[in-house]
Design a protein around this ligand. Sequence first.
Ligand SMILES: [Mn+2]
Length: 368
Amino acid sequence: MRIGFASDLHLGFGTGKRKQDATIQAKRAFKELMSQDVDVIVLAGDVFDTPVPRPEVFRDAAQVFRLTKSKKNNFPIKGYGRDSPDVNGVPIVAIHGNHDRRVKGDVNPTQLMDIMRPLIYLHNDGVLIGDTGFFGVGSVPESYSTKMFANLDAKPFGERSFFIFHQDIVPQIPFSRLKWSDLPYGFTYYINGHIHAPKLTKNQLVVGSTVVTQMKPDEAEKFVWVWDQGFEKVSIPSRPLHYLKVDANSRSPSEILHEIENTLSKIPSGNEEPMVRIKVVGKLQDGFRSSDLIFQNETDLIVSFNKNLEGGALSEVDLKQMNLDDLAISMLKKVLGERQLNLDALKLYNYLLSGDESRVWKLLEESQ
Ligand SMILES: [Mn+2]
C-alpha cells in the first residue's frame, strides 16, 4: 500500500493576487500524489482556512477532492469507533486543525465533507483501510493538549498504524506543552500537521503545509510525502518566496527604503509573481522612530513588510517564548479582571475563536 500525506491546505486562505494560491497548491499536491499512485491520502488538519468557509471555497475543495476519483479504491474500509464509510476513488482521511475547528456539537467544514462523502473525517476515532490503521485526533486548544492526550483511549490497530494529530509540539515548536512522548503509545507512525515547515524524525512526521501562509523562510519549499515501507518527500511547485533582511544600521528611513527598492527591482518576475518577506531590524538614525519607516509596495511583487526595530513596542516581549493561545488567554484574563467581569476566559476565548456568538452571549448573561 502506498500512502500519500499532505497537510494544511488552508483552502480559502489569501486575498488579492494570492486569492487562489491555496486551491492551486492543493491541486498540485493531489495531482502529485495521484501520479505517485497512492492508495490513500491523509490530510493532517487545516484543510480549510476558516471554520465557516464561503460556498466558493467548498466548490474549490470539491474540485480538489474530485482528483482522487481517477483511481478506484482497492481496499476494504472498516470504521474503528465510527461507521464504515463507503468510498469510491482513493480514500482521503482527514482531521480538523486549529483553523477549521469549531466548538463541540457544531459541524466543522472538514466534518461536513465526511457527511457529504468526499472524505473520511476522524476525530477520536479511526479507520482500517486494508491492513493499515489510521487514528485521528483533530486540533484542540493548546492549553488542553497534554490533558486531552493523557485521557485519550487510542490503541493501535492493523498491521501498521498511523496516529494523526494537529498541535504545537516540542522540539519543533520550543516552549509548547506537548511532547512526542505524550502521544498514545504503540502506533507505528505519528503524523502531525499544524507546523508549516516539514520534518521527518524516525517515525515522527511533521507533514508541512502545501501553501505559504506566513511567508517564513522555512516554509518556502513545498512538499507532499509518500509512504511505501518508508517516507519519501516529494517536492511540489510553489510561488517563489524571497526573504530580505535589512539592518537599519543607524540610517534614515529614506535610505533604508532606497536599499529595499533597489533589491526588489532585481528580483525576476516569473509566471507567478514572487512573494517577498522584508524584515527590517536594528536601530534607526537618532531622531527617527519605528513609525517613520513606512513601506509602500509599488512593484508587482507580493510583499510582506515587517520591522522589529530597537525601541519598538514589540521588541519588549519575546513572542517566541509565548504560545499564541496562552498569550491571548492571558490578555483576555487581564482585561476581564480590570473590568471586574467574572467570566471564564478560556471558554470565552474558545467561543470567540469559533465565531460562536450565541455561546458568547450566553456566557455574558450567566455572569450577571
Ligand atoms: Mn495551519
